[in-house]
Write a protein that binds this ligand. Sequence first.
Ligand code: COA
Length: 915
Amino acid sequence: MRAVSPPLPAADDTVSRAVLRDGSVVQLRMAAPSDHQALTRFFHDLSPESRRLRFFALSEPSDTLLTRFCDSTDLSHNATLLALRLDGGELRPIAVGSYFSTGDATAEVAFAVDDRFHGKGLGTMLLERLAAIAGAHGFKRFEATTLTENTAMLEVFHESGFEIRSKSDRGCVNVLLSIDPTGASVNAAERRDALATAASLRPLFEPNAVAVVGASRTVGSIGRRILRALVAGGFTGPVYPINPHADKLDGIRCYPSLAAAPHGIDLAVVAVPRPAVLGVVDECAAAGVKSLAVITAGFAETGVDGRALQQTLLDKVRGHGLRMVGPNCMGLLNANPRVRLNASFSPIVPPSGGVALSSQSGALGLAILELASERGVGLSTFVSVGNKADVSGNDLLQYWEADPTTNVILLYLESFGNTRRFARLARRISRKKPIVALKAGRTRAGSRAAGSHTAALAASDTAVDALFRQSGVIRADTIDEMFDIAACLDSQPLPGGRRVAIVTNAGGPGILAVDACEAAGLHVSPFSAATRERLAAFLPAEASVGNPVDMVASAGPEEYRRAVEVALTADDVDALIVIYTPVDPTCSRETLDAIRTGIANGRAAGGAAKPILGCLMAGTSRPRPLIIGGERVPVYAFPENAARALAKVATYAAWRAQTPGLFWSFEDIRADDARNVCRAAIDADGERWLTGDETKTVLGAFGLPLAAGTLARSPDEAVALARVLGFPVAAKLSARGIQHKTDVGGIRLNLEKPSSVRRAFAEIVACARKLVPADQIDGVFIQSMIADGVETMIGVADDPLFGPLVGFGLGGIHVEVLGDVQFRVAPLTDRDVDELLHGIRGLPLLQGYRGHTPADLEALREILLRVSRLAVEVPEIVELDLNPVIALAPGKGCRIVDARVKVRAPGTRATPTDG
Ligand code: COA
């Protein structure tokens, strides 16, 4: 067993677009015969020097070679990937990368990049993408021969992070790259993607100048509101309204077209009627605009025609190398005082702060901004992503990861785009900055509503929960809770544990807080004698000095000051909730001041690393944060809100404190053997359940311990096998088309002698003959009986959006009646597996409850890691049921007693969108 790098993205999400080093975008696709002319022109237009470096000759490639470039029908033989840009209204190649098989899992690779686009990372990007495609089609190595002076190409190979061997030979360098992803190659690719994506979004969030195309003469129209918001928000650069019918709007000079406007526009907010949008995109590109926020509605959310129009819009935007937020969005904001951009029609701009927010719903976006403003949550940036045609939530995550003003990321999601990319990014980014997500559509009815609203597939909730858990994403249940959590994360340190001190002057709210803390998994444990003594020194006798500290209604400012300081500095406390219910409102101000002083003193006296949450009911309708110097202590409406937010923050803190999980591989896995069996079954019959023998081969190839047994085709064979295995044995029907063997009398257990085996064989076959034709009955599986052990079950289900989900639970009624099963999205790290094992309620049964023998958890752990690899490496498997898996005593391993595997041609399910 060895740790391996996380798998690279599947080839299907790498082919469509790429962001370059300078932040511009290219379209990507495989070459086709119709590209012959365009490729002839591309190689013709290359400078002679570039041609010499590519072909070692000044001449252009032969017609035969061009025809080969245009053939990407069999990717296990050769492939040519094109990077394209719009030029004179047509998409033309600006870079071409190819591989051709040279046998023995090796392909020769070569690249050519238009001279005007050198230095933007196109070669590296094409190598990375081609390697992913080649790897998915059975190649292990790329070889290339490069002229010694072609340092740029050699650098591409070295920077890729792939293992590389090179040899100089008469003016050339022969390079051999192992294209198996390594830690270095995956990290290098992710770093490049993160830098390029963040750079590509900078013109959107930090533009030097902004144009509003469609700033209307009609006051109150959307375009006009955006113009006013930009000006009223105090945008620090110039704003250019574009309107062919106006000279001035709100006193600002108007331009008839983008061509007539000054140069240097980074962002165009587009609010023209739908039929004018495509033309405006061309105008933007011609005027050198770098990014767009398309407010206009009427695209994918409206149905088939709208979807087609959105695709045309996207092709245009990417063809021009631009980035676009929307369409059908309400724009974006950057509250950073250096920028002060309100490129939206929200009249409200929350205060500047560290919270970044994206909303998939425009209307809700407005409400969310209002709420953030009321709650005093400071915003760094806000984006209404609309239909997410180009800029996706995943792109935004990478921007916020790099953005120094963002501390906390909030996502309001209705649908997921590319969930695998989300999983990879969220796992990485959550380690540095917390991500809080509110996923609409938890219920079935909610999912349908979300699906129709955003024209996107709603994700199933089990998978969402699993994915969030695995990647450290904090799931909020309501918008209010999202801000409750954000307020704590933005301004307070992460707690080192779950022990909470509660300081209050009223018993009721104190008890509510204790209940809410305990219900949420926090501990309000009694203070140590030392802490109690420190409190008793100044509190009246009727006060309670345990935990919660109930100072009774007579508590004044001085008591608050000292109690807060003591609780904050107590050794047995990880976090503090301060509750204040004014009994005498005339003292409120003084008491709040005293709480501030207590916090400042406590911080200085060793309580700096503990989060503090307030519940100060001091007469304001909406709670406002308590400001102490540079610190903001979040204040909540009710103690329950504070407790729930703190509990989620504590769970996140614990996730972040653990070392990241590792993906494991096993030397003995023979993935090709398993894949071949599945592919042969699909080729023969399409989607179906594997036969007993096929299942045995697939599980065997991944080292999964099927209980010893073999298929017997006659009663004599059955008896002979039973003798080899040793009595008692089990006999099980193996017939295509019959899955539930128990239901049809296809199973006999505990057969202790030859005559019972013989009888069982005859009875089982007789039962089966009543149900299926004789040629579908393969025989009877004779298997050792497994005595003792704990029954568990392990399964794989294929989620249309999230891919394979691995499930684990105890067998029998635990799964069927109690639903005590946990899921994680594959691939699973060792940490995910530990959480699966420890997450079920029936865990005590595995640990040896009341004198029972405990189960071999190590062996279960290994099986789960192997099943995770099987699910990922054999995408033909759409369903897998190992039930029961008997976990024997520690050191004795596990045995899979029954297994069912269903296969289907991969790619026949809905594929996630890009992004
Ligand atoms: N270049 C510059 N200006 C142009 C133009 C072009 N190519 N084409 C049109 N315009 C101008 C018009 O002349 C008009 O200005 P005027 O009123 O001074 O003549 C302005 O753009 C707006 O055009 P108009 O026809 O009045 O459109 P509208 O304001 O009725 O609608 C949208 C435009 C974008 C608001 C509308 O199409 C739309 O999509 N509304 C829904 C938006 C929405 O809900 N988005 C999602 C939010 S979550």
